[in-house]
Ligand binder design. Structure first.
Ligand code: PLP
Length: 272
């Protein structure tokens, strides 16, 4: 028997909630990573009871257990990229920030992609009270790329976002928290428009990614898919702007190919 060791194997650890319907969360993340040729690992933060019709319930895991699970897999696999999704509780957020700081001290090139999941597409809260504050104070100062949609950027900044100028103001506030790059996804405030623009900001650079709105029935899993594709391209050694451009292309294709898998919303899908 021959076992291969691949020294530069690109690896991403997803730290997120479980969606048993397979449209979002860990399950969606792992599919994207496999499709992009990256080794995907997955540490679960919370279990949802969920179908294509929405989230029915959330089962909270013990936060110490969650954090130990993350630490063990992190130092075993040593992934180049960590991607976070639903983190659910302030305790998990605080603990993760500490784990990440310690890891980055030894893996200096490692990067952290944070998809700040606050609500499900059907409006169920996926972050407990106190979570926003913990995000702002504990995790954002160490985040390489943050990927909020407009409602999430509004929740973090207290602003109302109605224009691309507002998007930039919100991005500046988030960069002031210590985030290195902010990708604000414009889809929500541009709902009535034919063109949408996602914008990537750092303290020195701005990149616009305009595109035609893909006609689709609000598919499930867009945020997780975008952040996982971005994390995967970073693990494949593309720069942040290039990874963003590729991830946006990937998610727009996945929206165009969305499929109905059950009674509720369609899910994003890469294959047509
Ligand atoms: N369930 C889990 C575990 C998630 O992480 C997310 C989003 O990140 C959702 C549900 C919601 O997905 P959507 O906004 O596509 O409904």
């Amino acid at each position: 028997m021959i076992n291969k060791v691949v020294p530069e194997l690109p690896k991403v650890l997803s730290i997120a909630g479980s969606d048993p319907s397979g449209g979002a969360g860990l399950q969606a993340d792992l599919k994207v990573m496999a499709q992009l040729g990256v080794y995907g690992a997955a540490a679960v933060t919370a279990l949802t009871r969920q179908t294509s019709e929405g989230v029915q319930d959330i089962y909270t895991l013990d936060s110490n257990w969650v954090l130990t699970q993350i630490t063990e897999v992190l130092y075993d696999l040593r992934p180049q990229v960590i991607k976070t999704g639903m983190l659910q509780s302030p305790l998990i957020l605080q603990g993760l920030a500490k784990i990440w700081r310690d890891y980055q001290a030894v893996e200096k090139e490692a990067v952290l992609v944070v998809d700040p999941v606050l609500h499900s597409g059907t409006g169920v809260s996926l972050l407990d009270k106190g979570g926003l504050k913990a995000f702002r104070e504990e995790l954002l100062p160490y985040t390489t790329v943050l990927t909020p949609n407009v409602p999430e950027a509004e929740a973090f900044t207290g602003m109302q976002i109605k224009s691309t100028e507002d998007m930039e103001k919100a991005a500046r506030l988030l960069l002031d928290c210590g985030v290195q790059w902010v990708l604000i996804k414009g889809g929500h405030f541009q709902q009535d428009r034919g063109e949408i623009v996602d914008i990537l900001y750092s303290s020195e650079q701005i990149y616009d990614f305009p595109g035609e709105r893909v006609p689709a029935q609000d598919p499930h899993g867009t945020g997780c898919t975008l952040a996982s594709a971005l994390a995967s391209y970073l693990a494949l050694s593309y720069s942040v702007p290039e990874s963003t451009a590729r991830a946006i292309k990937w998610v727009r294709q996945s929206i165009a190919n969305a499929i109905y898998v059950g009674k509720g919303r369609p899910v994003v899908c890469q294959q047509s």
